[in-house]
Design a protein around this ligand. Sequence first.
Ligand SMILES: Cc1cc2nc3c(=O)[nH]c(=O)nc-3n(C[C@H](O)[C@H](O)[C@H](O)COP(=O)(O)OP(=O)(O)OC[C@H]3O[C@@H](n4cnc5c(N)ncnc54)[C@H](O)[C@@H]3O)c2cc1C
Ligand code: SF4
Length: 331
Amino acid sequence: MKPFDYHRAASPADAVAVLADHPHGAFLAGGTNLVDHMKLGVAQPDLLVDVSRLDLTETVHTADGGVRIGANVRNSDLAADPVIRARYPMLARALLSGASGQLRNVATTAGNLLQRTRCVYFQDVTTPCNKRSPGTGCSALDGYVRYHAILGASPHCVAVHPSDMAVAMCALDAQVVVQTRDGERRIPLDEFYRLPGDEPDRDTVLRHGELITAVELPAPPSGAVSDYRKVRDRASYAFALVSVAAELTFTSTFQIGSARVALGGVAHKPWRARRAEQVLTGDQPSAETFAAAADAELKQAVPLPGNEFKVDLARRTMMAQLRMLTERRRP
Ligand SMILES: Cc1cc2nc3c(=O)[nH]c(=O)nc-3n(C[C@H](O)[C@H](O)[C@H](O)COP(=O)(O)OP(=O)(O)OC[C@H]3O[C@@H](n4cnc5c(N)ncnc54)[C@H](O)[C@@H]3O)c2cc1C
Ligand code: SF4
């Protein structure tokens, strides 16, 4: 590990001001991703601005019936929060499907959003990787791609975003609250993450030195039923091959009133399945409708040699999830 300086931030404004003057510095929260990367040589910050002691640890109700989740709320605490469990069950389930109990006790909301890809080449500094070292090439293109993208990839990077929590937050229309030197700004989660394009080193639209202070979720629609389903190689302690966060509401005549669906493990960002949502909304909750919705979304899929199975896996996982939610509400 390379030597680095350490500063414990006294306030969000202090954190932003200090990091702004250090182009090679980084915020430190739980450290479960960043410190691993420092040990591997993937990240080499010359300054760590420790934001883990900032008082951003509350989950509070907002005036519109939603919640505001502090950036430092630990993943375990968020999953156990009674309001989250009752009103946003897909978020609680997504959190509990990630990492391990010990890691979730330390990992923060902001750190979880900003964890980096688990592409094996990104983490191996002996291999070319455009995300880690722009312009060096992408080792995955001729390599191991079981966990890689089938949607929205580019010739420069085919990695996926690994967070489970972010997939649920994407389906829930979360807004990321960011403190900048000039004040606060809010970014819809669906616009917060980037597709790789020709700049795969940039995961998000955050600028250097901008601090996440909270994530806000609007109130869920009345009568909504939602859940998160994760398919992986092991029953625990494994990243998603494919995951589906879905929420449905039903009308009095048991048509689908509204649908919000996001996919994980398939793209450089949590993938909001808007084409599927369009097919679902206003239609009968039937196997045919679910298949049509999944097909509408996945016809844009471009699998890699070696991960073709993920297209069918995503299709079947979406259909199973929609079927399960329907059965929970069937009169
Ligand atoms: C063995 C293992 C298995 C795992 N399995 C899963 C899994 O199945 N699913 C899953 O979703 N995750 C999984 N994880 C990842 C884990 O969820 C993340 O490591 C964790 O959420 C990161 O949070 P942190 O607070 O420790 O972040 P840190 O490591 O402290 O920081 C991560 C990044 O966020 C930045 N950052 C932190 N706070 C802020 C802020 N307030 N504003 C701006 N930038 C900030 C840091 O600079 C850094 O770039 C796993 C991790 C490990 C080690
Ligand atoms: S897929 Fe992306 S992260 Fe993985 S080696 Fe290629 S450029 Fe690097």
